[in-house]
Design a protein around this ligand. Structure first.
Ligand code: UTP
Length: 474
């Protein structure tokens, strides 16, 4: 019997091991394996093997010409309050004109949290145990009402969680959003390879494929037709955030306004690093381009370097909140001469099969996954912009099951935010020195989703409720 042309192609590329057990699979398994294999760009895998797996790959990081990136200071840290008001007004104009959509990247595997199900379905709020998706949905719904233009919301999923994510939204009646404005699309996948570049099987007839990183969102937006849909709807600005951070202002008029006024193609929020060794990427400039340097690539001497005033020099931490221009995304997705996000290599323990086809759970890293990072688009953007925010207003992710960035720290940060809003508007709130209230309270985003909307809603609430455990404002 003639060999399938795709199998031949893999054999010619030295990847014939992918089909080692093909003949023994059921018709269904054989079909699926061929479908998955057809997705793989063998030339890309060969190139990544040459560049990222070679013995001398990953040598010293180029630090030439590196300097801290300039950024727009927050008014609380001496930023120009008048310029910030102008930015906010410009953002509000863009929102009223319907130019903005929300965009969540939710295709990650969430291995550190170890939760069974799409991460967006994880419950996070202190009283009502609302899920991450519900928190974002209500913020987006409320912002749409505030600006008189219901927002479109794009949600990037993975092959593994796409169906479950869609079913979850359907089961919750889309949290009151217009379902015609909620758009799910799948990100791409990349094969895992062993240290010699051979594509790994996770089972006899199944490839080890994983999502291609949040940077895969740029090409997935294009491929899925999302950019065309945006163009038809008059949307040119995407408010990008991660699925694990319920504190994020999904729609932040000042940030959007800065982006619009500066004609930026890619804007990023930053927070000042809490301490020198904090494990966040840092915004830098290098040879006239804005770049994010991962903490692991920034030598400790630079991480600890301070200026004359004793402040860290490299202090602009990346918190993965961006605003993207639609046509910039298209340009990046289409690529071309010198325009491409670089892949990063992550060494992982990848379950696989041995020569006899028996399942093997490796004790140590046995292969490599390749991922794209969205911030690598920065050097390609025109007029890139970094804007400061305060951590307490925008950032408390759920990454780990316990310890830092866990459900507990995130719950406490939400409580602190609610307490701060109440206190700023004259309510009596008992807190400890860290601002954590003694009463467990919760504010629905439909009541107030940021300082402004909260202040307005609180003003018109009569009589004012007492702040005590169980208080839920909606
Ligand atoms: P993380 O870097 O926290 O990765 O993703 P993760 O896969 O969710 O979690 P771990 O590392 O396995 O524990 C940051 C954000 O980027 C999204 C995630 O869903 C999250 O919102 N992401 C990450 C994608 O959408 N696709 C990817 O391929 C990777």
């Amino acid at each position: 019997m003639a060999t399938h042309p795709l199998i031949e192609k893999f054999q010619r590329a030295g990847q014939g091991q992918v089909f080692a057990f093909h003949d023994r699979g059921s018709a269904d398994e054989q079909r699926r394996l061929l479908e998955d294999a057809a997705e793989i760009d063998l030339e890309e895998v060969a190139r990544l093997t040459r560049t990222l797996l070679a013995k001398n790959a990953g040598g010293a990081v180029d630090l030439s010409g590196l300097a801290p990136a300039p950024y727009e200071k927050h008014p609380a840290h001496g930023g120009d309050a008048v310029a910030w008001s102008a930015a906010k007004a410009a953002g509000e104009v863009a929102l009223r004109a319907g130019r903005v959509a929300a965009f969540t990247v939710a295709g990650g595997q969430g291995t550190r949290l170890g939760y069974d199900g799409p991460k967006g379905t994880f419950p996070v709020t202190p009283l009502k145990q609302k899920t991450l998706f519900q928190v974002f949905a209500e913020k987006i719904l409320a912002a749409g009402r505030r600006y008189g233009r219901p927002l479109h919301w794009f949600i990037m999923t993975s092959h593994a969680n796409h169906a479950a994510t869609e079913a979850f939204f359907a089961g919750q009646d889309f949290f009151g959003l217009d379902r015609a404005r909620v758009h799910f699309f799948r990100q791409g996948r990349m094969p895992a390879v062993d240290f010699s570049g051979k594509i790994i099987l996770e089972a006899k007839c199944s490839l080890a494929l994983s999502p291609d990183g949040h940077g895969g969102s740029l090409r997935a937006l294009e491929r899925s037709g999302a950019l065309d849909l945006m163009a038809r709807e008059g949307i040119d600005t995407l408010s990008y955030f991660q699925v694990d951070n319920p504190l994020v202002r999904c729609i932040d008029p000042a940030f959007i306004g800065w982006h619009v006024l500066r004609r930026s193609e890619l804007s990023s929020k930053m927070v000042t690093k809490a301490y020198a060794e904090e494990k966040v990427g840092v915004f830098c400039v290098q040879h006239g381009k804005v770049v994010v340097l991962e903490y692991s690539d920034l030598p400790m001497t630079l991480q600890r370097e301070t200026d004359a005033g004793g402040q860290l020099r490299y202090l602009a931490g990346n918190i993965a909140i961006h605003v993207l221009d639609r046509e910039f995304v298209r340009r990046m997705a289409r690529g071309g001469e010198g325009v491409a996000l670089p892949f990063h290599r992550a060494d992982k323990k990848i379950p696989t099969v041995d020569a006899a086809g028996a399942l093997v759970k490796p004790e140590k890293a046995n292969g490599v996954k390749f991922e794209l990072f969205v911030f690598d688009a920065l050097p390609f953007a025109k007029h890139p912009l970094v804007v400061e925010t305060l951590r307490r207003d925008d950032f408390s992710p759920v990454k780990n099951a316990d310890g830092v960035d866990s459900p507990q720290t995130c719950r406490d940060d939400q409580l602190r935010q609610f307490a701060r809003w109440l206190d700023a508007n004259g309510a009596v709130v008992q807190t400890d020195a860290s601002g954590l209230p003694s009463a467990a309270v919760e504010v629905s985003p439909l009541f107030g989703y940021d300082e402004d909307s909260f202040a307005e809603a609180w003003k018109s609430r009569t009589p004012k409720p007492r702040v005590e455990s169980g208080l839920y404002l909606e």
